[in-house]
Design a protein around this ligand. Sequence first.
Ligand SMILES: [Fe+2]
Length: 448
Amino acid sequence: MNINAAPQIIGRSSQDITPGYMSGFGNSFETEALPGALPIGRNSPQRAAYGLYAEQLSGSPFTAPRGANERSWLYRIRPSVKHSGRFAKAEMGLWRSAPCFEHDLPIAQLRWDPPPMPQEKLTFLQGVRTMTTAGDVNTQAGMATHLYLITESMVDQHFYNADGEMMFVPQQGSLRLVTEFGVISIEPAEIAVIPRGVKFRVELVDGPARGYLCENYGGAFTLPERGPIGANCLANSRDFLTPVAAYEDKDTPTELYVKWGGQMFMTKLPHSPIDVVAWHGNYAPYKYDLRTYSPVGAIGFDHPDPSIFTVLTSPSETAGTANIDFVIFPERWMVAENTFRPPWYHMNIMSEFMGLIYGVYDAKPQGFVPGGASLHNMMLPHGPDREAFDHASNGELKPVKLTGTMAFMFETRYPQRVTDYAANSGLLQDDYADCWNGLEKRFDPNRP
Ligand SMILES: [Fe+2]
């Protein structure tokens, strides 16, 4: 196997490569793994250097407004038409797409235990377990939330998703994502986003891996507006990292899987599709370390809406009504005076899928554990349990730092439908709603 990344030497194996990155969000990047592979001053010269083929990959319609227009030019050993072929239907395993009405669980607040690491061999493609679906994959609106369990690297297997971009949120074990654009390594507390249509494979680094995956059928994730916060804090552009070009010149058989229209297809290739020697543009995978998020919050009294913790947002056609918001609850100081500090009780139109990467979530000190999940769907009430309520109502309001915690939420404007796996895998807690049982009536008209 030959995989090369600038400025490294031709002939190094992919295992030897330390991923290299370029900093910035949505930049027009340019990178080459061989000197002079990238044309300068033009996209499509009559003859590309090194006998490469020039190809454009468009993540937005050609005519999208400049701020939302996403495309990259790839200079590759073979054009993607050679990384295609006669497709056959392939197994989807437990991967589902919206709309999916395979289970009619009654509405409820739901919570799940983490899935145990399986003994059997599971590649990424075999290890995706869909928890919820929302919207409609065929209208490019909505999303799916998945768990993934991986015990084996993909070998001579590659994949691309035509249905959406994919955000990996590792909870246990590191991943190495070998993509057409370069190599990304992520560990728990980091995320990676692979755009729609980008070919890649998933390799293990330090043993079995477990995590969360958001499949975004809608508008590409972007940074939220900061409004009066100004030019800094929240997720800063410079902390997003995009890989430098790296390629394989490998003429051995591989299987290419494609998720398209909610179904899986496979074709066999005589060579690796990871063959992009140089590229430029703003449509590319990236990673981000959630620990670099700079939270902004209450320094007087009361509690801003949790949207203050938005890392990335997938906009819909309606301003302020996200297809998906990716929100985190990181380490932070709690200093608000005369304030109920945990998330307040509420109901809302958005549907919230939560996960916990590590630590304890302040509104649910019991039962919501790392690797587990919860779902508070559209207009279903939720909030702190009895223990959290008592603690927050009676504790001394000195400054307190929440440490060693990282929870997150995939929140969507569309109701989330629970899959059969989510309902029947044995992970669903049947007593979750009991966590509010202890909240007895406290009202006394004679005691203001
Ligand atoms: Fe909520």
